[in-house]
Design a protein around this ligand. Sequence first.
Ligand SMILES: NC(=O)c1ccc[n+]([C@@H]2O[C@H](COP(=O)([O-])OP(=O)(O)OC[C@H]3O[C@@H](n4cnc5c(N)ncnc54)[C@H](O)[C@@H]3O)[C@@H](O)[C@H]2O)c1
Length: 312
Amino acid sequence: MTAKTRIAVVGAGLMGHGIAEEFAAAGHEVKVHDPSAEALASLRERVAKVLADLGRDPEAAERVTPEETLRAAVVDADVVFEAAPEKVELKQAIFAELERLAPPAALLASNTSVIPIGRIARDVKTRDRVLGTHWWMPPYLIPLVEVVQAEGTADESVATMMALLASIGKAPVHVRKDVPGFIGNRLQHALWREAMALVQEGVCDAPTVDMVVKSSFGRRLAVIGPLESADLVGTDLALDCHENLLFDLNRSTEPLPYLRKLVSEGRLGFKTGEGFRKWTPAEQEELRARVTSHLAKLAAELDRPESGGKRP
Ligand SMILES: NC(=O)c1ccc[n+]([C@@H]2O[C@H](COP(=O)([O-])OP(=O)(O)OC[C@H]3O[C@@H](n4cnc5c(N)ncnc54)[C@H](O)[C@@H]3O)[C@@H](O)[C@H]2O)c1
């Protein structure tokens, strides 16, 4: 695929408008479908805001075209990214439609966070062109995209997608098996489960868990991954730690009772003003701004070619 690759995005929400922005900023024409008139009406404005915030050419927003029908968005697409809500039946229905409406050679990718691609493509016959592309939030500040090869996905489809994503400055990785949660969310939720278990068992409170991560290994994680860390300290030390620790880590295969209780009590986090702790609107705004500013600094330092491309 070339600089002229025609992109379609299905779903104009948080992820969809960010994916559209990334391709438009790189010079591609992008058509976006969403059944919500409101999401379509605000699409260009939201893309333009991201471009302005990142100091990119605001005219790139003109390359993003809202489309009222799925057919119009995908009919001449080379690559389709589905970013609709995380509901398996909805995604299955969308993929069945995509197979009918998109050109036979178009790649069909889902941005699902955790659902295996094989389940989403259950009703699709041309499986060779179906794959996962798991972008991270916000797509314009996080470089990683996990490219998931499902049963039947052609090697060529994976290679084409990896090359396309790399060409617009993303950091694609190849996930060779279609496992739930792929790589990043498996790691992230293994950590969340243990974090919640520590609070549930009364070892510490929620702010302490977060303080421990942010003030210790969390600081290193942007520049050294867990297996690089294991090599740095020595695999023999890693083995000693595992001999004396793994037996005591939480191994629940169900969501923890503590989490279920929070949800049943309506303590949903920012949405209701309380989750593991209370959040005023000002505190929510401050945390969001802190994360965005931190990610923008890291992106400027590590990802931008003009900074020397120091991405580890
Ligand atoms: N938000 C995140 O942090 C994040 C990160 C990575 C992956 N994801 C995944 O990306 C996908 C989208 O998440 P989001 O956060 O952008 O959600 P969102 O709720 O912000 O956006 C979803 C959009 O899809 C639209 N939609 C509903 N039905 C549709 C249909 N039939 N066809 C097309 N569009 C439809 C909605 O109107 C909405 O605008 C989900 O699968 C989610 O799990 C989300």
